[in-house]
Write a protein that binds this ligand. Structure first.
Ligand code: FAD
Length: 475
């Protein structure tokens, strides 16, 4: 289906030259579908601009002709934000060719990168300069910085370094009228009015197309201590987190909750994984401390925390990584937990957050309500408990047809979202709103907040050409 006139498509193609577009059905299909197969659409054209000026020319023409654009990075998003709808009247703009590291300023602890840089590429460039870029997520081998910024990605080190918003000092953005806003300032202090970059961070491509960013760098840690720790319940995990923060003076880098059922899924479906502990336990935390000093002190602190935890009944058993390979094996279990749910049938996804102090209450209450609704449901609650964020993903009861279970998606997420909201939480701590949550968001955010979002969208993109139908509905 092609709802856009051929001569219009030619005008877009001529902006980017022969290397900068594709209308191959297989290529378009790849860019019009999300990996979980929850969202798929159609587009007649994929544009791959190579410079900010080309992006600006595309957006100018789109504005002039009222053509809708869907910005896309690595297409690892999970809420349909980078996927066109079925009408075939949207052009996908992939930033993947804009993948240059523009500058590293080691003294200023900053790196300036183009939006299409793969996250791993940025981590490596920082390491080459003797610095750490701490954003670390399961999709880091394919997601892009533009996508990370647009979804305000979190990941495994938020506890210590913050999410993408907190790691960003400046942006370059093509606005909906085709103007280029160069806000690539590497300043930690700049109190000159509204901080505009925050509109585009987490904007999911609805307010502008991000073309480059100045990101913060940190000293590389000299030593890490990592433990795979069995705990009796999420409440004990939170008490152990508190103990860890106190003992390290804020050097807890990762604190991930893993349920036994999730570990069983991983061991069943992920080759080359094994249980780090000899006996079965109900819950685990993957905890990591880091330090700028390689004098054994961080390992000693971890041992002391675990020993105290054992005495107080917060810890049941623990394995401390003795090598990089063992640390990688522990993290592999964590990273495999998302994918390992798929072979177990239908799985209802969520990524809520609540204050850390309410995390255990949330897991207890949501589990009880959903188990009462669906006897035999298998709840996989895992993830960044140290940030007050878990993926609370019920799996279908054994023997059910996936479709029967997935038909309960709205009812189940309704319970999860209600409980999170009652606890002053958020219905999306990580993946964003996209297509998935655009209609549920107004039920959980105050009306005044939704209205403000609408006004911002209308002010910045009055013709609604940038990723329409995502995040907030206008008109
Ligand atoms: P895409 O999927 O291509 O796009 C995402 C959104 O950003 C879309 O709305 C798109 O229109 C917009 N967009 C993309 N680039 C631009 C741009 N340059 N300008 C304007 N808008 C743009 N997320 C987390 O937060 N934490 C995690 O721990 C995490 N773990 C994950 C693990 C796995 C295995 C997978 C598959 C995903 C995970 N995600 C996680 C989700 C996803 O990887 C992130 O949302 C990521 O930031 C998306 O980047 P991307 O380049 O793939 O963006």
């Amino acid at each position: 289906m092609n709802a856009l006139a051929p001569d219009l498509l030619d005008r877009f193609r001529s902006i980017v030259g022969p290397k900068g577009w594709s209308s191959e059905p297989e290529v378009l299909a790849l860019h019009s579908r999300e990996m979980r197969d929850l969202y798929a659409g159609t587009s007649p054209l994929l544009l791959k601009p190579a410079s900010t000026e080309e992006v600006a020319a595309i957006v100018k023409l789109a504005r002039e002709t009222r053509t809708k654009l869907v910005p896309q990075g690595g297409n690892t998003g999970l809420v349909g934000g980078g996927i066109p709808f079925d009408a075939g009247d949207e052009i996908i703009v992939s930033l993947q060719r804009m993948n240059r590291i523009r500058a590293v300023d080691a003294l200023n602890d900053t790196i300036t990168v183009e939006a299409g840089c793969i996250l791993q590429q940025v981590q490596e460039a920082a390491r080459e300069a003797g610095r750490l870029f701490p954003l670390s997520i399961g999709s880091e081998g394919s997601c892009t910085i533009g996508g990370n910024l647009s979804t305000n990605a979190g990941g495994n080190a938020v506890l210590r370094y913050g999410n993408t918003r907190e790691l960003t000092l400046g942006l370059e953005v093509v606005l909906a009228d085709g103007q280029i806003w160069n806000g690539l300032r590497g300043l930690r202090k700049d109190n000159t009015g509204y901080d505009l970059k925050h509109l585009f961070i987490g904007g999911e491509g609805t307010l502008g197309i991000i073309t480059a960013a100045v990101l913060k760098l940190y000293p590389l840690p000299a030593a890490m201590a990592t433990a795979f720790t069995a705990v009796p319940c999420p409440r004990a995990a939170i008490a152990l987190l508190e103990k860890s923060k106190k003992a390290t003076g804020g050097q807890v880098t990762g604190f991930e909750l893993l349920p036994r059922i999730g570990l069983d899924y991983v061991l069943r479906h992920t080759p080359a994984t094994s249980d780090p502990l000899a006996e079965r336990h109900p819950w685990y935390v993957l905890m990591e401390f880091s330090s700028g000093r390689d004098d054994g002190s961080i390992g000693a602190t971890m041992e002391a925390v675990l020993a105290e935890g054992l005495e107080e009944g917060l810890v049941l058993d623990a394995a401390i990584a003795q090598s990089d390979a063992q640390r990688t094996a522990f993290w592999k279990i964590r990273e495999a937990m998302s994918g390992a749910q798929k072979p177990e049938g239908g799985s209802i996804k969520s990524d809520i957050s609540v204050p850390v102090s309410r995390m255990a209450d949330f897991i207890e209450q949501a589990s009880a309500e959903i188990e009462a609704l669906i006897p035999g449901v298998r709840i996989v609650a895992f993830g960044h408990i140290g940030d007050g964020n878990v993926h609370f993903n019920p799996s279908q009861p054994v023997g059910w047809e996936p479709a029967r279970f997935l038909a309960m998606w709205d009812e189940v997420t309704g319970i999860i979202n209600r409980i999170a909201t009652e606890m002053n939480g958020s219905i999306s701590a990580e993946h964003g709103i996209g297509r998935m949550k655009i209609d549920s968001l107004p039920h959980y955010k105050p009306a005044v907040e939704i209205e403000l979002m609408r006004k911002i969208k209308q002010a910045l993109d009055p013709d609604n050409i940038l990723n329409p139908g995502k995040v907030v509905r206008v008109g």
